[in-house]
Every structure is written in C-alpha cells, then in structure tokens.
Design a protein around this ligand. Structure first.
Ligand code: HGY
Ligand code: MN
Ligand code: MN
Length: 423
C-alpha cells in the first residue's frame, strides 16, 4: 500500500470488531428481562478460561506471537521491521464482575486485535512491534487488589504474593486457580519487554461523555482508589430470647458504617465517592443475632490528601461504632493506589488524533481503575474513552453505541500507527 495518503485514511472494520465483542460476550452471558446482555466471567473461573481461550485463538489466527506469563497475563506481538525496537502496546482485561457488561475491558483488548488485523490486511508495516494484551484479574472482584495482573507485570507486586492471594468468595488460592485453568505461563514477571508506550481503549463507565454529547474522552489520569475489608464481630444469640440491653449485634455498627460512608461522600462533594458493595452476615439466619459482619469499603478521590482524610474518618467512625455495641473490629487493606496522571504528550496526541477524525473531545480523569494506571509506572500511557449509555457499567445493561465503538477504535488505530512509525 502506498503510505502517506492512504495510511491517513485507514479505518478499522467495525462489523468485525462488533462480531468479536458479541462472540466473547456469549461466554458467561447473563441475559436480563429487558434484552440486557451482560457477562459474568470472574477472574480465573471456567468462564474466564473459556474467554481467554477464545481471544488467544483469535490472536493465533492472526499469526501473533502469544506469550503467557507467570501470573497469566497474555501478550500477543505483531512483529515490526525493527525487532529490537520497544513495542507499542494496547490492552485491557477480559475478566468481568458478576453483573458485568460485554464492553468493560473487552473493548480495549478486541479493539487492539482489530487494529492489528486492519494493519495486516492493508499491508501496513511499522518499525516498532505492536502488541495487544489482556491482564489477569483487573477487576479485583474475586482476588484483591484490582489491576493485579498489570501490577505484577510492571513489578508493583511480587508474583509469589499474587499467587498466594485468596478469593473473597470461596477462599481459593489464586495460583491454584491459575494452574487449574491452564494459564500459569512460562514468561517471567515483571516484564523484561518494557513498552515504548501503552494505549488503552475503554468505555467511560460513567455519565459524563453522554451528558455532554461528547464522543471521545481524553483521559488525563485515574483517581485514587482505597479498598478496606472490615470484620465486625459481636456475639450470636437467639433473636427471641435475648433482651436488647444484652445484645452485641455487629449488624448495628455495620449498618451505621454504610450510612456514614454515604453521608461523608455527600459532605465532601467533588470527586469523592464511597461504596459498600460487599456486606456478608454470618450466620445469615432469620432468627440469629449475627456473629459477625464482613463489609468491603471502596472510597475514591482524585486528590490523595482528601482520600486519606476520608479513609481516616471512616476508620475512626467504624472503631467507635463497633465499640459502642460491644463488638470488635478488624480491618485489612485490600487495595490502595494513589491518583495517577498520564503523560501530557500522550494526552495531547489522543486529543489531536480524535479531533483530526472529526470527533468532539473532553479531557477527564477516570473514576474507574484501569490497567493503564499500572503501565503508566513504566512507559508513556494514555486512555481513550467512549460513552456509556446511561453512564452504566458493572451492570448487565452496560452498552456503547456501534458508532462510538468505531470512533474509539479508529483513534486507537492512528494513535498506535503514529507511535509504531509506519515504514
Ligand atoms: O474497580 C475498578 O475501578 C475497576 O473496575 N477494577
Ligand atoms: Mn475495566
Ligand atoms: Mn470493571
């Protein structure tokens, strides 16, 4: 193909991309009463294995060199003219939450695959190799912390510590699950193949782009994330015979903590958010005053000082609430990442390329965590957001319009082309 003119006109094949999104979305599919089509592929479950197998088969069909590392990250490489040049990497995740969608993470991986197939089919060669990856357990919903695979990939967590992580649902050991699904790979971690740059295409998962009628989100960074597990222990007793004055009911402080988290976020305003998504009562029986309650508190803020203030306030409140009820409190940090800023040059490029393709753009931080925030530790990194319908994600109704998917994937295509240097 004659470079210069036609390379600038190059576009992805959106029908092919949408078909792969649909095919991958059929694995672990969850259908709702109003036509919702989501996914449940929690990390290292059989559904995750089936999703991995399908994506790896597509990578191999394209003749890519597929490497699986010791924590199950999968990196597929399309060779460049200069094999010694550091690669340009795209990627995201294909594990989902239990009420997940077909686009969260999957779009970034399948969009990357589509970019490579488009270049191959048009005979466009680049100096740098180009990679597309999916990282293990980005969601952290089963094995904390979130972004676990990419954190190990960049050297932020040892492989051994990650392999010994325990699942929140069934206490399974991560390393055993990785072996069970056949994705404990031979490639060492952290990676020795530091990318020249990393670009992640992702749905916004919030309402901002849709509310403002914007097509491309130019992501400036990721807000700080703090996950804490709180175990409040009281004394189980008979619901009918135990006078109120004698109770040590952990439900009471647990409920107060949930209400306080919400109140605090409203009081702090700005980007502060607080969520209690896990609330496990034991023994969880109608006629038994609970023995213990385990809750997971997720607080986030774009400003780390404010985030630390929120964390400190909630721990103080929880300690007092448990004490008043005669209960004990144990806490454990499940995940904590400071806010991350992406490289100005990469942010500028996403904005320039999106505008050159005629799209409206908006600069914004990411409310959700992403693998990009880990890759940003080792190379220039940016993200491309596309709108989420009704701002919904981590919900089986998650949806992004086909035209927006094409827009995002084409910005990814030209971002990667520029970085990989067409020859
Ligand atoms: O929790 C998050 O922000 C991401 O979905 N792992
Ligand atoms: Mn995601
Ligand atoms: Mn997610």
């Amino acid at each position: 193909m004659s470079p210069s003119h036609s390379v600038a006109e190059l576009r992805i094949d959106n029908a092919r991309l949408l078909q792969r999104i649909a095919d991958l979305g059929d694995i672990g599919a969850v259908h709702g009463p109003n036509g919702e089509h989501g996914c449940a592929r929690l990390a290292l479950t059989d559904e995750d294995r089936l999703g991995r197998d399908l994506v790896v088969s597509w990578m191999r069909d394209l003749g890519l060199i597929v490497a699986i590392d010791a924590i199950g990250n999968v990196v597929a490489t399309h060779p460049g003219a200069d094999p010694a040049a550091a690669p340009v990497m795209m990627g995201s995740h294909i594990d989902t939450v239990r009420t997940g969608g077909r686009f969260d993470g999957n779009l970034g991986v399948l969009g990357g695959l589509e970019v490579i197939e488009t270049l191959q089919r048009h005979g466009v060669r680049t100096r740098r190799p180009i990679q597309v990856a999916f990282f293990t357990d980005e969601e952290g919903a089963r094995f904390a912390p979130d972004m676990l695979g990419s954190l190990v990939y960049v050297g932020g967590m040892s492989v051994q510590e990650a392999l010994d992580a325990r699942a929140a649902d069934d206490n399974a050991r991560l390393g055993d699950e990785l072996n069970r699904i056949g994705y404990a790979g031979p490639t060492p971690c952290p990676t020795a193949d530091i990318p020249h740059a990393f670009v992640e295409l992702h749905i916004e998962q919030g309402p901002v782009l849709e509310e403002q009628g914007i097509t491309i989100g130019v992501v400036t960074g990721v807000q700080g994330i703090s996950w804490t597990e709180l175990v409040i222990t009281g004394r189980s007793a008979h619901a009918g015979t135990t006078p109120m004055r004698l109770r040590k009911d952990p439900l009471v402080p647990a409920a107060a903590i949930a209400v306080e988290a919400r109140r605090l976020a409203a009081e702090m305003g700005g980007s502060q958010v607080a969520t209690i998504g896990r609330f496990d009562v034991f023994p969880d029986l109608v006629n038994v005053i609970a023995q213990s309650v385990t809750i997971a508190l997720d607080v986030r803020n774009t400003d780390d000082t404010l985030l630390r203030n929120a964390e400190a306030h909630m721990m103080e409140f929880a300690t007092a609430a448990a004490h008043v009820e005669g209960c004990t409190l144990q806490t454990r940090t499940l995940s904590r990442f400071e806010p991350v800023a992406f490289a100005d040059s990469m942010i500028d490029s996403v904005e320039r390329i999106a505008r050159s393709q005629g799209h409206s753009t908006l600069r914004l931080p990411s409310g959700a965590g992403h693998d990009a925030q880990m890759l940003a530790r080792v190379c220039p990194t940016s993200m491309i957001f596309v709108p989420s319908v009704d701002g919904l994600s981590h919900n089986i109704a998650e949806f992004t319009e086909a035209a927006d998917i094409a827009a995002g994937a084409n910005v990814l295509l030209h971002m990667v082309l520029e970085l990989a240097e067409p020859i």
